[in-house]
Design a protein around this ligand. Structure first.
Ligand code: ADP
Ligand code: MG
Length: 213
C-alpha cells in the first residue's frame, strides 16, 4: 500500500493536513487487512535544529554543517523501510524538500512493489512565516512546548529551508502522482483531493507497480 510523501515549506500546514489524511484513511481501511502508519520528525523526536546550517548552530560534535540532517534522513528512511509493504500505508509528514531524497523514497516503495505519491501543501510565504513567528514569540514568553507540540524554527533556519526547497515536478516518476492542497481548501475540497488520492493509489483504479517501471 502506498507511501504518501507530504512536502511543503516549514510551518505551511503539513502536519495539520497529514493528520486529516490519517483520519480519512483510518476510516477507509477500517475492517480491512491494511495497516496505517504516521511518521514525522516529531514522531521520531527529530529536532528542527538538524536543518539549521548556520555555523553557530552546528553542534560541536557534528561532522559537518549538514551531518545532523543526514543522520535524521537515515532515521526517517529506516522508519519507513521497517513498515512499508503491500499491506501498510505510510504517511510521511515532513519537509521532504530534496528532490534526490524523494527519488530515494520512491525507489524504496518500488522495491517493495507498492506505489508512492506526493501530497504537496501550498501556503503563502507570509502566512507560513507568521505561524513560525507566533511559535517563536510564545517560546520567548517562556512557553515550554508540551510533548508532541512542535517547536519553532530559528528565523534563519526557516528562511534557508524555504530557499532550499525543491518543488516537486509531476513530470518525473518520483514526484507523481502529485496531489495538492492549499491553506484555504475547505473540508469538501480536502475530501475531494483525498478521494482522488485514494482512487489512484489504493482504490480499484490503482496502478500495478512493476519493478522495471
Ligand atoms: P507544519 O507541519 O507544516 O510545520 P502545521 O500543520 O504544524 O505546519 O501548521 C501550523 C499551524 O497552522 C497550526 O497551528 C495549525 O493549526 C495551523 N494551520 C495549518 N493548516 C491550516 C489551514 N489549512 N487552515 C487553518 N489553519 C491551519
Ligand atoms: Mg509539522
Amino acid at each position: 500500500m502506498p507511501l504518501i510523501i507530504v512536502t511543503g515549506w516549514p510551518t505551511s500546514g503539513k502536519t495539520t493536513r497529514s493528520k486529516q489524511l490519517h483520519e480519512y484513511l483510518a476510516k477507509r481501511i477500517a475492517d480491512t487487512k491494511y495497516r496505517l502508519h504516521f511518521i514525522s520528525d516529531d514522531s521520531l523526536s527529530i529536532s528542527r535544529s538538524v536543518y539549521d546550517l548556520s555555523p553557530d548552530k552546528v553542534p560541536a560534535h557534528a561532522r559537518s554543517a549538514n551531518a545532523s540532517e543526514k543522520d535524521a534522513r537515515a532515521a526517517i528512511y529506516g522508519a519507513v523501510k521497517r513498515v512499508l509493504s503491500d499491506k501498510d500505508i505510510v504517511i510521511l509528514d515532513g519537509l521532504n524538500y530534496i528532490k534526490g531524497w524523494r527519488y530515494q523514497l520512491h525507489c524504496e516503495a518500488k522495491a517493495v512493489r507498492t506505489p508512492s505519491c506526493i501530497l504537496q501543501i501550498g501556503c503563502a510565504k507570509d502566512k507560513a512565516k507568521e505561524i513560525n513567528e507566533e511559535r517563536l514569540s510564545r517560546r520567548e514568553a517562556g512557553h515550554i512546548p508540551a510533548e508532541g507540540e512542535p517547536e519553532p524554527y530559528e528565523p534563519g533556519n526557516w528562511e534557508n529551508l524555504v530557499f532550499r526547497h525543491e518543488e516537486p515536478n509531476p513530470m518525473t516518476r518520483w514526484d507523481s502522482p502529485l496531489f495538492a492542497l492549499v491553506w484555504d481548501d475547505n473540508e469538501d475540497q480536502t475530501r475531494e483531493v483525498f478521494d482522488t488520492l485514494w482512487d489512484s493509489i489504493a482504490g480499484e483504479g490503482r496502478k500495478v507497480v512493476r519493478p522495471n517501471q
